[in-house]
Ligand binder design. Structure first.
Ligand SMILES: Cc1cc2nc3c(=O)[nH]c(=O)nc-3n(C[C@H](O)[C@H](O)[C@H](O)COP(=O)(O)O)c2cc1C
Length: 132
């Protein structure tokens, strides 16, 4: 959240890092208009989109505002946003940020998660979306 604004960004750099403690990472371009927002937020949600959420992925690459996408979401106590329709959702708290080339790697602890849908994930490869 940025004040009362629900913000989002499409990323495919998300990866698992550690099991104990549960850590994940993703990277953000330092020249992104969303850089300051995501660098400074103490908590955020990771939403793994389902194969029927291609439009949401496209819109969140274009717009930083979840409100403009038509998506529905819930806000966790931490501030993380869980999007309706996602297949896995992680409530994350940033623990470290590392500079890496023109991106920063954001490492975060997973405080909680759920897996509300048992359907295929949305896959992005060679600049196109796929279903598996
Ligand atoms: C499938 C996909 C994956 C992306 N992954 C990342 C990513 O891991 N990190 C990143 O900084 N931007 C990523 N982007 C780009 C952002 O979603 C967004 O388009 C970009 O930040 C727009 O610029 P702005 O932040 O200046 O508005 C990805 C875009 C797409 C479509």
């Amino acid at each position: 959240m940025d004040g009362q604004r629900a913000c989002a960004m499409t990323v495919n750099s998300f990866s698992s890092v550690s099991l104990e403690p549960a850590l994940i990472l993703w990277s953000i371009a330092r020249d992104s208009a969303r850089y300051e927002l995501f660098r400074n937020t103490p908590a955020f949600g990771i939403n793994v989109l389902a194969s029927d959420q291609e439009m949401l992925s496209t819109l969140c690459a274009r717009e930083d505002s979840l409100e403009l996408t038509g998506a529905k979401w819930t806000q966790r106590e931490s501030g993380a946003l869980f999007v309706e329709g996602a297949i896995a959702r992680f409530d994350c708290r940033t623990t470290a940020i590392h500079e890496a080339g023109d991106h920063d790697i954001i490492v975060a602890e997973v405080l909680d998660f759920d897996t509300p849908r048992d359907v295929s994930p949305l896959v992005f490869n060679r600049s196109s979306y796929f279903q598996i």
